[in-house]
Design a protein around this ligand. Structure first.
Ligand SMILES: C[S@@+](CC[C@H](N)C(=O)[O-])C[C@H]1O[C@@H](n2cnc3c(N)ncnc32)[C@H](O)[C@@H]1O
Length: 389
């Protein structure tokens, strides 16, 4: 992949994307996550449940949560152990065990301070905290009382929460950055022709791509944009928003389940010039088989571009997982593989590189250069995986 383009992309991320406000907002967000987790730890009585070493599955059963909730509790406990230190972790016989060292102080003042600081930053940064608040509020409901609740929210089936999800994926600047970065990579690489977007949802991908191509006078290169998702509610909602703004762009709006064969769903092999996904690729049950499907759909020389949140540390719970982990699909669907899929949901950049290699790609790279970014912003979490057949 063109090394010069990647270097320019890294420089652009440093100068124009991860501004001091974005870096500050990320720090505040991380503190707010910890404070929420402390409050949950306290309200669920976890200090008592962990008076002796115990694993997340046992605590899950004691709380009467749906069985796969151990994924959530393990993430919560590991994060608190790592960042706050009042939980002790022991690895024993292939199991991860936890013990309460000291009951944490009430964190409501810390949470309020995070909200105040985020408000002071201005813009739409507060949206990032609204989404955490939503996860904390719906925690017990999702894990105990209505185990399919969050799956329904995240696929647009509960109208009351569609605005919450729209704001979380499109308005929150810490999230929109994935769409902005993905769009810039597409603008840099796309030779022209057809773009297929997978898991397009509420439209962060298509909105940013069409906007970026237009702003760079490159919209003429686009012959067709095929927007897909598994949720017809999302597809119709996005179509309604995008079409008036880009009436001259040829678009198709289609159902596509990324866990199935694309050709069985009327997406024929060798028909796309670029396959795109923003925070969609990690949803696939079998990562490598899904990438193979993307590869088959491409014309010779075509590109796959996935803009993704990536795990920077093994097993680290990402801020949004306070909500996403409340979905049973997120916790259980991914077929684990130590080589490329060690955990549920997000993958690391090394996991992605290996998965693409196993799917038959030899020309793959991660934009920006994550090591170079880490020098100025150690918590940088967004990457674009670009691959060419
Ligand atoms: C995390 S959201 C990302 C949405 C959008 N790309 C964005 O960033 O705003 C994941 C999307 O994947 C969709 N999805 C879930 N399961 C899917 C599947 N099996 N096939 C295709 N899309 C799926 C959801 O409906 C949702 O829109």
């Amino acid at each position: 992949m063109n090394a010069q383009l990647r270097d320019q992309f890294t420089q652009w991320c440093r100068d124009s994307v991860f501004t001091p406000d974005m870096i500050q907002a990320t720090l505040i967000l991380n503190r707010a996550v910890d404070a929420h987790l402390i409050q949950l730890y306290r309200s669920l009585g976890m200090a008592d449940l962990l008076s002796e070493f115990s694993n997340a599955a046992t605590v899950t059963a004691q709380l009467g949560f749906e069985t796969s909730s151990d994924v959530v509790l393990e993430g919560l406990l590991l994060r608190l152990a790592d960042r706050r230190g009042f939980v002790e972790v022991q690895e024993s016989g292939g199991e991860t065990l936890f013990r309460n060292k000291q009951t944490p102080e009430d964190a409501s003042a810390e949470l309020q301070k995070a909200h105040d600081e985020m408000h002071e930053l201005g813009g739409e940064f507060i949206t990032a905290l609204e989404f955490l608040d939503f996860g904390a509020e719906q925690f017990v409901r999702s894990l105990k009382d209505e185990p399919d609740f969050m799956d329904q929210v995240l696929t647009g089936k509960i109208k009351d929460y569609s605005e919450t999800w729209f704001r979380a994926t499109n308005v929150d600047p810490l999230q929109d950055v994935h769409g902005i970065m993905g769009a810039k990579a597409v603008n840099d690489l796309f030779p022209g022709g057809t773009i297929l977007e997978v898991g397009g949802g509420t439209g962060n991908g298509i909105r940013n791509i069409l906007g970026c191509l237009r702003d760079n006078d490159n919209l003429g290169r686009l012959e067709k944009f095929i927007f897909t998702d598994i949720s017809m509610q999302f597809i119709m909602g996005t179509r309604h928003k995008i079409r008036p703004e880009f009436p001259d762009v040829k678009t198709e709006w289609r159902h596509l389940d990324i866990n199935g064969l694309f050709a069985d769903q009327k997406i024929q092999p060798g028909t796309a010039d670029l396959v795109y996904g923003v925070n969609a690729a990690h949803i696939a049950k079998h990562t490598v088989k899904f990438i193979e499907q993307c590869k088959q759909t491409l014309k010779p020389g075509g590109y796959v571009v996935f803009s993704e949140r990536v795990r920077m540390k093994d097993r680290e719970m990402a801020p949004r997982e306070i909500v996403l982990n409340l979905s049973k699909y997120h916790r259980t669907a991914a077929i684990r593989d130590p080589e490329f899929r060690p955990a549920h949901a997000y993958l690391s950049t090394d996991n992605w590189l290996r998965a693409f290699e196993l799917a038959g790609f030899s020309n793959v790279s991660i934009w920006p250069d994550m090591d170079a970014m880490a020098e100025s912003f150690p918590d940088q979490y967004a990457a674009v995986i670009v691959a060419q057949v």
